[in-house]
Design a protein around this ligand. Structure first.
Ligand SMILES: NC(=O)C1=CN([C@@H]2O[C@H](COP(=O)(O)OP(=O)(O)OC[C@H]3O[C@@H](n4cnc5c(N)ncnc54)[C@H](O)[C@@H]3O)[C@@H](O)[C@H]2O)[C@@H](O)CC1
Ligand SMILES: [K+]
Length: 519
C-alpha cells in the first residue's frame, strides 16, 4: 500500500530539510521546479505554448521557476501573477525577479501582473495551463478574485497541470468548493491524502510525485494511518487455496437477500459468492420467489422460508434460518430484502442474537441497523454503505461527511470496532484500529443498480475462504473495481452491468495472478 500524508507532515519535511539538513528553501524550490518541468516536457512533448498563473506564496514561486525552465527549453511561456513585489513570499520573490530579468532579454517569456479577469483571455490559445496559484498553504474557502480566476481557467480548453495541489482543494480533507480541474497533478515531497478522495479524486487527474531533492529518509520514520491500495496488495490478499480443501473447507456462505419485490438482488449477491471461490453457498429467499431463483443459478443451494404467500422476511422466519446462520462462516445480509417493518425486526433480531460468525451488512439491512446502532455488536461485521446510506446511519448530511470523510469514517469504525466500507468514487475502507485505505480501481460504469449487491457477495465469498475481515473487504473492493476497469474496453462505462461484473470476477483474479506470479 502506498502511504499518504497530511499537509502538516509535508511541512515537517520542509522544516527537516531546512533546519536539520541545512538545505535552503530556494534549493528545494529549484529541485521541485526542475522535476515539474521535466515531467511536463516528457509527458507533453508536442506542447509549444504554456500559460502559468502564479500566486504569492511558495506555490507561486514554483510556478515562476517552472516558467524559467520551460522557457529555457524553448517553449513560449506567458505568466500571469497575482501578487506584487512586496506581498510575495521570499522564495517566490526571488524566482519572480529572475523571471522578470529573463523576460527582458527573451521573446518567449512574458510576465503580466493580474488586474482583471479579462486578462485570462491571454490563455485562451495556450496548449497547456499550469496552476501555481495555491498549494499546501490553502485553507478555508477560496476568496475572490482567485475563485473567479479558477472558474475562468476551468472553462478554457487546454491541457491543465496543477503544481502540488489543484488550487481550491484542501489536501488534508479532499474537499473544496471551487477547484482547478487538472489533467495532471504533480505533487511535491510526498503523496497527500486529500488528493485521492472526494473532490480530490474528481479534480486531480493523474497524480505523480516529484521529489524535492532530500531523499526519502524523513518519511521512512513518519507514521501515517492512510494508504492507497495497490495491485500487489490484491495479489497478497487472495485467499490461499490448499490442494486438499473440500467444498465446506473452501468457505460456507449464507446469503439472506432478495424479496418478492427485489428477487434479482438475491441472484446477484449469491452468484458473486460462487464466482469469488466459495465452496458452499446457500441462499435463503421467501417461498414466493423460489422458482425465479432456481432458473437463474443452478450451482446454488436455495432454501425458502414461509409459505407460498411469503414475500419478505419476518422475525418468525428466524427459527427456520437459525441452524444455517450458525452453520455459515459468514452471512451476506441485506440486498433487496426491503424495508417492511417486519423485515426490519428480523434484521434487528439477527444482529442482537449474535448467532452468526461474521456478517456483511448492506443495503436495507443497514437501514434496519440504524435504530439499534448504539447497542449493536459489530466487531465481526463489515458494513458496506454508500454515502447516502452512511448519511442516514450517522444522521449527517452527505456534504458534511464529504467535507470530513477521513475523520467521520474513522471515528465510526473505531467506535463500533467494525470494518466500514464506504462506497463511493473512490471507495474508502476504515478499520476498527483507525486505518484508512483508499481504493485505486473502478470507474463510473459501477454507478448502477446491482453493483453493490455484487460487492456484498464478493466480500462474503472471499471472507469465507480467508476468514480475514479487512483483507476480504479490501480485496473485494479492488477486484470489483478492476473488473469494471477491464470491461471498459469492450462494454464502455455505459454498458457495464452487474451480471457482467459477476461473470468476469474469475478473469480479473486470473489477471492479478498472472501479473504477479513467477513465470
Ligand atoms: N513542501 C515542500 O517541501 C516544498 C513546497 N513547495 C511549495 O510551497 C507550497 C506551499 O507554499 P506556501 O506555504 O507559501 O503556501 P501556498 O503558496 O500554497 O499559499 C500561500 C498563499 O495562499 C493564500 N491563501 C491561503 N488560503 C487562501 C484562501 N482561502 N483564499 C485565497 N488565498 C489563500 C495565503 O494568503 C498565501 O498568500 C507548496 O504547495 C509547494 O508548491 C516547493 O517550493 C518546494 C518544497
Ligand atoms: K496549485
Amino acid at each position: 500500500m502506498i502511504p499518504l500524508y497530511s499537509n502538516s507532515q509535508i511541512r515537517a519535511l520542509d522544516s527537516f530539510a531546512i533546519n536539520q539538513l541545512q538545505t535552503s528553501g530556494i534549493v528545494l524550490m529549484e529541485n521541485a521546479a526542475l522535476g515539474i518541468s521535466q515531467a511536463i516536457l516528457s509527458k507533453f512533448p508536442s506542447v509549444r505554448s504554456v500559460g502559468i498563473i502564479c500566486g504569492k506564496g511558495n506555490n507561486g514561486g514554483d510556478g515562476f521557476a517552472v516558467a524559467r525552465h520551460l522557457s529555457n527549453a524553448g517553449l513560449n511561456v506567458k505568466v500571469i501573477y497575482l501578487g506584487d513585489h512586496f506581498s510575495m513570499s521570499e522564495d517566490c520573490r526571488t524566482n519572480f525577479e529572475i523571471c522578470q530579468n529573463l523576460a527582458q532579454q527573451r521573446s518567449n517569456l512574458e510576465l503580466i501582473q493580474f488586474s482583471s479577469i479579462k486578462q485570462l483571455k491571454n490563455f485562451k490559445y495556450r496548449e497547456l495551463i499550469i496552476d501555481a496559484i495555491l498549494g499546501s498553504g490553502f485553507s478555508g474557502t477560496l476568496k475572490e478574485p482567485i475563485s473567479l480566476i479558477v472558474d475562468e481557467l476551468n472553462s478554457i480548453n487546454a491541457i491543465k497541470v496543477a503544481i502540488d495541489v489543484p488550487t481550491g482543494l484542501n489536501a488534508d480533507t479532499g474537499y473544496g468548493d471551487i477547484i482547478f480541474k487538472s489533467d495532471l497533478t504533480i505533487t511535491l515531497g510526498e503523496f497527500k491524502k486529500g488528493l485521492f478522495v472526494c473532490k480530490g479524486y474528481e479534480n486531480c487527474g493523474e497524480i505523480i510525485l516529484c521529489e524535492i531533492g532530500v531523499g526519502r529518509d524523513f518519511f521512512d520514520s513518519e507514521f501515517t494511518n492512510t494508504f492507497l491500495f495497490e495491485p500487489e496488495d490484491a495479489y497478497q490478499f487472495l485467499p490461499k487455496r490448499g490442494k486438499r480443501i473440500n467444498k465446506y473447507s473452501a468457505g460456507k456462505v449464507l446469503t439472506i437477500a432478495g424479496s418478492f419485490q427485489y428477487p434479482g438482488a438475491a441472484v446477484l449477491t449469491a452468484g458473486s459468492t460462487l464466482h469469488s471461490g466459495t465452496g458452499a453457498s446457500v441462499l435463503v429467499i421467501p417461498q414466493s420467489v423460489k422458482k425465479f431463483i432456481h432458473k437463474k443459478i443452478t450451482e446454488l443451494v436455495v432454501q425458502s422460508y414461509g409459505n407460498d404467500d411469503c414475500k419478505f422476511l419476518t422475525p418468525e422466519d428466524y427459527k427456520a434460518l437459525e441452524s444455517k446462520i450458525k452453520w455459515a462462516d459468514v452471512i451476506a445480509l441485506g440486498p433487496g430484502i426491503g424495508r417492511e417493518e417486519q423485515t426490519i425486526e428480523f434484521v434487528q433480531k439477527f444482529i442482537k442474537k449474535k448467532d452468526f460468525k461474521a456478517a456483511v451488512i448492506d443495503a436495507d439491512a443497514l437501514f434496519a441497523l440504524k435504530d439499534i446502532l448504539s447497542k449493536a455488536d459489530l466487531r465481526k461485521s463489515i458494513l458496506t454503505p454508500h454515502l447516502g446510506e452512511f448519511s442516514n446511519l450517522v444522521n449527517l448530511p452527505v456534504e458534511e461527511i464529504e467535507k470530513n470523510i477521513f475523520e467521520i469514517g474513522s471515528e465510526f469504525a473505531k467506535q463500533y470496532k467494525t470494518i466500514l466500507v464506504l462506497k463511493g468514487a473512490p471507495t474508502v475502507t476504515f478499520t476498527s484500529i483507525g486505518e484508512i485505505i483508499i481504493n485505486s480501481s473502478g470507474n463510473n460504469g459501477l454507478a448502477k443498480f446491482g453493483s453493490g449487491d455484487v460487492l456484498t457477495g464478493m466480500i462474503a465469498g472471499f471472507y469465507s475462504q480467508s476468514k480475514n475481515l479487512k483483507e476480504a473487504a479490501l480485496l473485494s473492493v479492488y477486484i470489483h473495481g478492476l473488473t469494471a476497469d477491464l470491461l471498459l474496453g469492450t462494454k464502455t462505462e455505459f454498458g457495464i452491468v452487474a451480471t457482467d461484473l459477476i461473470k468476469n470476477i474469475p478473469s480479473t483474479i486470473n489477471f492479478i495472478k498472472r501479473s504477479f506470479e513467477k513465470q
